[in-house]
Write a protein that binds this ligand. Structure first.
Ligand code: PHE
Ligand code: ZN
Ligand code: ZN
Ligand code: ZN
Ligand code: CA
Length: 294
């Protein structure tokens, strides 16, 4: 897999910040900054050869939008999907939550195009609307997938907050090794967790499990039996002293003090965490879409 350029990922965050600033300070569902964000990402993908579709839905009396992008090729009967929510809360521009995941998966999608990668599986990317109002866009997408299409999706990778300023290194607990009660994910979720962990191990980082309880857009996918996984650098939770000793940063402080606040701007990003996560997304997309050995 290619090394993803941190500079390129951050350039997308600068654009999303500008979109928010020009549209009342946010990129929230039903506000003009959201559709402008969709159009920005779509333009990036169309320019490099993706087939893109904007899927509209209605929630709370406002039109929401999902952006779905397919890379031509791969086995049409085996789809690997990667997604991130693109909406912010109304309080602020949503640069860590979730410009970070949106920009990182965009650069991975662009790397598929620029490297001429020929994946074994068909690759699809999704940017979800109205996550902040209860996973509305991803739920709409899954609800409206014909069952014949649903069964083709062999895995879903989700990235929601991957540049938290006091970063943690969390992986969705697909195998429920932490035993927190959410239960293991659909078969295949364990492999996804292992593939992600392996990349962070190569950085010298031991990840902690985070609840696989449906608190982001993978929820609707696992609810219908699609294996899923992803990473997270932390929100309102507090970094423990053992986490600070393993990962750096400040013990006793929130992973993201600007979570859901107006200060979630381009200043609210940990570059090292964002770069490691972007490279890990590329690693997971490549590893999980390779042609199986014959
Ligand atoms: N979905 C939460 C939000 O957007 C953040 C979150 C992501 C929480 C992953 C837990 C795990 O606000
Ligand atoms: Zn890198
Ligand atoms: Zn989020
Ligand atoms: Zn949020
Ligand atoms: Ca685990």
């Amino acid at each position: 897999p290619p090394d993803i350029s941190l500079t390129a990922v951050k350039a997308h965050l600068t654009q999303l910040q500008s979109i928010a600033t020009a549209n009342g300070g946010n990129r929230a569902h039903g506000r003009p900054g959201y559709l402008a964000s969709v159009n920005y990402i779509k333009g990036q993908l169309d320019a490099v050869g993706y087939s893109t579709v904007i899927q509209s839905f209605t929630y709370n009396g406002a039109t929401g939008y999902n952006l779905i992008a397919d890379w031509p090729g791969g086995d049409p009967n085996q789809v690997l999907m990667t997604g991130a929510h693109l909406d912010s809360v109304t309080a602020g521009p949503g640069i860590n939550d979730n410009g970070s995941g949106s920009a990182a998966i965009l650069e991975v999608a662009k790397a598929v195009a620029s490297t001429g990668y020929q994946p074994g599986k068909h690759l699809r990317f999704g940017w979800w609307g109205a996550e902040e109002l209860g996973l509305r866009g991803s739920q709409f997408y899954v609800n409206n997938l014909p069952s014949s299409e649903r069964t083709k999706i062999k895995g879903y990778l989700n990235f929601d907050m991957v540049g938290s300023p006091n970063a943690g290194y969390f992986v969705y607990d697909g195998d429920n090794s932490a035993g927190t009660g959410a239960g293991p994910g659909p078969a295949g979720s364990t492999q996804i967790e292992q593939v992600i962990r392996a990349k962070f191990t190569s950085y010298g980082i031991t990840m902690d499990d985070t609840d696989f309880d449906g608190r982001s857009d993978y929820g609707p996918f696992i609810a219908v039996g699609i294996p899923a996984g992803g990473t997270f650098t932390g929100a309102e939770g507090t970094k423990s002293s053992s986490q600070a000793s393993r990962w750096g940063g400040t013990a006793g402080q929130a992973f993201d003090v600007c979570y859901h606040r107006s200060c979630d701007t381009t200043s609210n990003i940990n570059d090292t965490a964002l770069d490691r996560n972007a490279d890990a997304i590329a690693h997971a997309v490549w590893t999980l879409s390779e042609v199986p050995p014959t």
